[in-house]
Ligand binder design. Structure first.
Ligand code: FE2
Ligand code: FE2
Length: 239
């Protein structure tokens, strides 16, 4: 049974499969996920009852539970984030940027929003590369050590950055930035709707952008709503 105060983040943390419903309605469940569902629907002019029906249907479908990331240990969670989402970003973003530039050069005179989209994607590719490098080289190894220390009763590892909350705040701010940039891409593209006479590259670009945004939401959700709160809790544990 859902309540009026249940946030979008609560739904996705409770059952990861509900993420697909929020994708369908263009609702952000990672950075903007702190909003109660009812408020988010009002803000976007969406049909609350239709979304509730879709959510109820997803939740009622039997699940093996093996794909529930809240049950994974910290090592598995980090391996999944890096192996699935970081690899996806590194593997697809250069092609997306190339397609965005090509479409901007062909359609930009008549559709200046395509130049704005290409510029936004240039920013996203630069920011995401540096962001993921810092996660992989600094923050994630520290979180792994925190989890190992807790599992074996060792003394908490010292960190060069003091509390884990400091780098987490930086990462969360960067997540918001990337999320806002992709929300702007979504707006400029009319929810990824190509014009009737769009060429194949244009159509492929919009599909790639829609997939990229959906993947980013899952990626950021795993970090903001599962990994980071867990790291902060591990840091507070007594050795
Ligand atoms: Fe990440
Ligand atoms: Fe991140």
């Amino acid at each position: 049974m859902t309540t009026t105060t249940e946030t979008i983040r609560d739904f996705v943390t409770g059952d990861f499969r509900t993420a697909a419903v929020f994708d369908k309605y263009g609702l952000d469940f990672c950075c903007g996920g702190g909003l109660p569902l009812e408020d988010a629907c009002r803000k976007k002019g969406l049909d609350l009852e239709a979304i509730r029906r879709d959510l109820a249907e997803v939740v009622a479908t039997p699940s093996s539970g093996i794909d529930d990331p809240t049950r994974w240990d910290t090592g598995k969670l980090i391996d999944h984030i890096v192996g699935t989402h970081h690899a996806y970003v590194r593997g697809t973003l250069p092609t997306i940027v190339k397609h965005a530039r090509k479409v901007a050069s062909v359609y930009g005179a008549a559709m200046p929003e395509m130049v704005a989209i290409a510029d936004l994607m240039d920013r996203v590719v630069g920011e995401m590369g540096s962001h993921m490098d810092r996660e992989e080289k600094v923050l994630f190894p520290h979180i792994r050590r925190l989890a190992e220390a807790a599992a074996h009763g060792y003394l908490r590892p010292a960190a060069p950055f003091g509390s884990v909350t400091s780098p987490i705040s930086v990462m969360e701010a960067e997540h918001r930035e990337a999320g806002d940039e992709m929300a702007e891409v979504r707006r400029l593209s009319g929810e990824y709707t190509p014009p009737a006479d769009a060429c194949t590259t244009f159509r492929v670009l919009y599909e790639e952008l829609a997939q990229f945004e959906a993947d980013l939401h899952r990626h950021v959700h795993l970090e903001n709503n599962i990994l980071f709160p867990r790291a902060e809790a591990l840091e507070l544990l007594e050795a």
